[in-house]
Design a protein around this ligand. Structure first.
Ligand code: MG
Length: 388
């Protein structure tokens, strides 16, 4: 048996870990539904996420590079698929509930506004002027609870409690004071390991993908990455010994896949060891800190890679220009609708009787794709001119 087959067989024979979330223990849905004859509850949730409008719109939302850079760089949809793929691998190795993990991975970014983090920051700043905030996890919850209108019997996607809880808690712990509306999600408890995992697989995915796309865009060069990222340099040396004559691009690829493999393997091993003392999911939930994580050594490498990307890529003059343009566009569009609520689509105007205008405008903008908001912004110009 090959090494990989032996490991896969071992994972199979281990069966579910004691701290895995058992599907039959789900607290169910807000609006009770009869079980499906052959799909489990988390499978149904996964399918509902994939069939949602917010999920399809991820295709036209920036991850880091706006679409005009290349048609094969990551957008938020392909990033999401990479997170799902890594998460499934890790969940299976850890004996976790792979369907709950996959659903959470697929849903983890559906609350993202247009233009990646620039859009998120601009929207948050605009909201702060009105004493409110924009938070993409909380927005994702409102999407799956309210905004998606697909079913005759209930608003939203009517997802299970565990998927909604994971959407809220996967990347951070909210306190009851900052988010009283989240009381039902038991904020003093940690989320199950399936949700904790997503924060790590998300970061492994984007750190490696951003390096990949930046190298391809020639915003980062190989000697620069080698000098700034020790783990990458180490892998590149290994690759050079194995394939001394391979073209540079292939050596880059080989080094990068080793970097991903290193982080994923470390995440699996470290999390397995940390979770071992927990007899069930309730015990793990009550633990003071999060259990999923990396070893100190891998975490140092992760932090160095992240700092390198911040210093050399996310603040690259070319991307900074994009960022400023995106922020201005979001801010101007926000202001436009705050000053002219009558220009909002009818369904949003109706909501202003129940919600403050800034929240309605924020919801409207957050749902938009990059292309949609850019076109809308262009069309706003004649309206603004007429008003002068
Ligand atoms: Mg993500």
């Amino acid at each position: 048996m090959r090494r990989e087959e032996a490991i896969a067989a071992a994972a199979e024979s281990r069966g579910p870990a004691p701290y895995a979330f058992p599907t039959q223990r789900s607290r169910g849905r807000r609006y009770p539904e009869a079980p499906h004859p052959y799909r489990g509850e988390f499978q149904r949730d996964r399918d509902r996420v994939i069939h949602s409008r917010a999920f399809r719109r991820l295709e036209n939302k920036t991850q880091v590079f706006p679409q005009r850079y290349s048609d094969h760089f990551r957008n938020r949809l392909t990033h999401t698929l990479e997170v799902a793929q890594i998460s499934r691998t890790a969940a299976r190795q850890l004996g976790l509930n792979a369907e709950l993990t996959e659903t959470l991975a697929l849903a983890h970014d559906i609350g993202h506004p247009p233009f990646g983090h620039s859009g998120e920051q601009a929207l948050d700043r605009a909201m702060q002027d009105h004493g409110a905030r924009f938070d993409h996890n909380l927005h994702a919850l409102r999407i799956v609870e309210t905004f998606e209108q697909r079913y005759a019997e209930f608003p939203g996607l009517n997802l299970t409690f565990e998927v909604r809880e994971g959407i809220v808690k996967h990347s951070r712990d909210y306190t009851a004071a900052e988010a009283p509306e989240l009381a039902e999600y038991e904020l003093d408890l940690r989320p199950p390991l399936e949700a904790q995992l997503i924060d790590w697989t998300d970061e492994i995915s984007y750190n490696s993908a951003d390096l990949d796309d930046a190298y391809e865009a020639r915003l980062l060069l190989l000697p620069q990455i080698r000098a700034g990222v020790d783990l990458f340099a180490h892998m590149l040396d290994q690759v050079h010994d194995l394939y001394p004559h391979a073209p540079e691009k292939l050596r880059f690829n080989e080094a990068l896949r080793r970097v991903i493999d290193y982080f994923v393997t470390d995440l699996i091993d470290t999390t397995r060891a940390a979770a071992a003392p927990f007899g069930d999911v309730d015990e793990l939930r009550r633990h003071a800190g999060r259990v999923a994580g990396m070893s100190a050594e891998a975490d140092r490498a992760r932090r160095q890679l992240k700092a390198f990307l911040h210093a050399n890529l996310y603040n690259h003059p070319q991307l900074r220009r994009e960022k400023e343009r995106a922020e201005a566009l979001v801010e101007e569009t926000f202001r436009f609708f705050m000053e002219r609520p009558s220009q909002l689509p009818h369904s949003y105007q109706e909501q202003t009787s129940r919600l403050p205008l800034h929240r309605v405008v924020c919801d409207y903008l957050a749902g938009m794709t990059d292309t949609y908001i850019a076109e809308l912004h262009r069309d706003m110009i004649p309206v603004r001119r007429m008003a002068r």
